[in-house]
Ligand binder design. Structure first.
Ligand SMILES: [Zn+2]
Length: 344
């Protein structure tokens, strides 16, 4: 508890607004598909992710379940919770837990990621003994993958498949175990250390590029804030308490209200136009953009998605999906291009 209490507050992170917003939007609707944060070292990436976890609402889980199954979401229950239900534990007992950040070790094996079935126990005792992996821990939490570009391609595929399906199925010699694996995937990479395959890039819902802050006053502020936090973490946290509560409240509200936020047809047409003009392959970008704009509207407490919500998220949706910015050789920044398309 003590360690958690002294996580650097989300709202005290200087600058990096786009990165913070991308994280918040995924917290509101994890179906956006996670976020890839590209940038050099020392740009508050992991601090922001840890700080976000503190702002997320507690969850109701099935008591005693390894995977933190949602007791009311019967469709996604793990094999064990299903067995418990069938054995008459109905309703399943509940508990609450705090959301947390699960970190994927850089050299994790596939077994470590998906978990393993103890075949010997299965044969001897006829029981399914399952050693849960990272995906089990990550269910309904944040899965943080530092330096995702340095991971084995195969492991990245496994991760992204689970993220897309929302479930992890492990099969060995006719024995199979299934559990939900819905998580907010946050990957980071330093592009100087190698690129990510384009097929994998596209599977991250959002992408933000973070840079070290060049503004003099902001740089000074970073040092000052850091110093006063290290000096008195409790006092520093208390000082930022009201701002933290504000964001926490808006995220909780957003989670509850985003499905009701209206997505007018002309907004969907605008999004389709963006995808066409930016020459994006496939339809994933349209879906992600609609979801992200809807989550942004919910965060802004709007009842309907407006053009400003689309422009507020478009760069995060398209930056990793375009081959190059259209409109000639002196390519303008993507943000400018988006503004041009939207106002055309
Ligand atoms: Zn379960």
């Amino acid at each position: 508890m003590a360690v958690e209490r002294y996580t650097f507050p989300f709202t005290a992170i200087v600058g990096q607004d786009r990165m913070k917003m991308a994280l918040v939007l995924n917290a509101i609707n994890p179906a956006i598909g996670g976020v890839l944060i590209r940038g050099e070292k020392g740009t508050a990436k992991s601090t922001a992710v840890r700080a976000l976890a503190r702002l997320l609402p507690d969850q109701v889980v099935v008591d005693g379940c390894h995977f933190g199954c949602h007791p009311e979401d019967l469709e996604t229950l793990c094999s064990q919770c299903r067995d418990r239900l069938n054995d008459g534990e109905n309703p399943l007992p509940t508990a609450t837990r705090r959301m947390r950040v699960v970190e994927l070790p850089i050299n994790a094996s596939e077994d470590r990621v998906v978990g393993t079935i103890d075949l010997e126990a299965a044969l001897k005792e006829g029981s399914k003994r399952f050693e849960p992996g990272v995906l089990a821990e990550a269910n309904r939490n944040i899965l943080y993958v530092d330096e995702v570009n340095l991971l084995d391609d195969h492991i990245v595929d496994v991760l992204l498949d689970a993220a897309a399906m929302g479930v992890n199925v492990v099969e060995r010699e006719g024995v199979s175990v299934m559990h939900p694996a819905r998580f907010i995937l946050v990957g980071t990479m330093n592009p100087e250390e190698g690129e990510l395959r384009p097929q994998l890039l596209d599977r991250f819902g959002l992408c933000v590029d973070v840079e070290g802050i060049r503004d003099l006053d902001q740089r000074v502020k970073i040092v000052e804030e850091r110093a006063s936090w290290e000096d008195d973490p409790a006092g520093f946290y208390e000082q930022h308490g009201p701002a933290e509560d504000e964001v926490r409240g808006r995220i909780a509200e957003g989670i509850a209200t985003f499905p009701e936020v209206d997505l007018p047809r002309q907004i969907l047409r605008l999004i389709a136009q963006l995808s066409i003009t930016l020459e994006v392959d496939g339809h994933r970008s349209d879906l992600v953009c609609a979801r992200a704009a809807q989550a942004k509207a919910a965060y802004d407490r709007a009842g309907s998605v407006e053009v400003s919500h689309v422009t507020g998220v478009a760069e995060m949706v398209y930056s990793h999906r375009i081959r190059q910015v259209p409109f000639g050789k002196a390519a303008p920044a993507l943000g400018e291009v988006i503004t041009r398309i939207v106002s055309a």
